[in-house]
Design a binder for this molecule. Structure first.
Ligand SMILES: C[S@@+](CC[C@H](N)C(=O)[O-])C[C@H]1O[C@@H](n2cnc3c(N)ncnc32)[C@H](O)[C@@H]1O
Length: 224
């Protein structure tokens, strides 16, 4: 039984489950597993989903913040209507898009989730660097759209820029964890950063400059 065979069977398993449960993506199970472990969502929360198409995470978030929650999502691609969520087509790097999202939530979010991924080039270090860049944009978006004390879940492809990224996240949040949910392919290099206790609109880069001992992260597997 090869690792690839096991990974493919697991992929099929989550794919079939997603179909059966009417989730738009297998990724929905990653968010469910993250929430089971880290208790990210509470009823009534306002949630911002960055890179939300086709909408699996939106479906999960809508369920987990009931009753009384609000969910808004954005993606470069159009998102077919998800009951209970509002969506916008746009780029998270645009301040105008972020303004629109704040308007949809009627204020700042309790939780930001990002499953954003760059277009995969196949070159490991390029894809890693682009993924980290998206994470930095996500952090910047938090400074204008996340409440103080809020939480963030974001995907990153592992690589040598990871310690620096973690420094930036740790400068902005009280509690930071890194996790690989079972629903991620074992051959994938993706990890999820789960951060809680947002300290507000700090300049994460500047704060990180002063930090010395960055945590060590090893490379694992290939890109998804
Ligand atoms: C893996 S998919 C998200 C899957 C989603 N979580 C789900 O469960 O359906 C990653 C998405 O990130 C989006 N994305 C990448 N860069 C973006 C950007 N700058 N602004 C908005 N969306 C972006 C892509 O268009 C893509 O749809």
């Amino acid at each position: 039984m090869t690792r690839r065979w096991v990974a493919e069977r697991k992929g099929e398993h989550y794919y079939r489950m997603a179909k059966r449960m009417d989730y738009r993506s297998r990724a929905a199970f990653k968010l469910i597993q993250i929430d089971e472990r880290f208790r990210v969502f509470r009823p009534g929360d306002k949630v911002l989903d960055l890179g939300a198409a086709p909408g699996g995470w939106l479906q999960v978030a809508v369920d987990l913040v009931e009753p009384g929650g609000t969910v808004a999502g954005i993606d470069l691609r159009s998102i077919r209507k998800v009951p209970g969520a509002r969506t916008v087509k746009g780029d998270i790097r645009s301040p105008e898009s972020l303004r629109r999202l704040r308007g949809m939530l009627d204020g700042r979010a309790d939780v930001i989730i990002s499953d954003m991924a760059p277009n995969i080039s196949g070159a490991y270090s390029t894809d890693h660097a682009r993924s980290v860049e998206l994470c930095e944009h996500c952090l910047a978006a938090a400074s204008t759209t996340l409440k103080e004390g809020g939480k963030m879940v974001m995907k990153v492809f592992q690589g040598d820029l990871m310690p620096r990224l973690l420094q930036d996240v740790e400068a902005a949040f009280d509690d930071v964890k890194v996790h690989s949910p079972d629903a991620s392919r074992k051959t994938s290099s993706e990890l999820y950063i789960i951060a809680a206790g947002f300290r507000g609109a700090v300049d994460a880069h500047e704060a990180a400059e002063n930090e010395e001992d960055a945590p060590e992260f090893s490379k694992k597997g290939s890109l998804p």
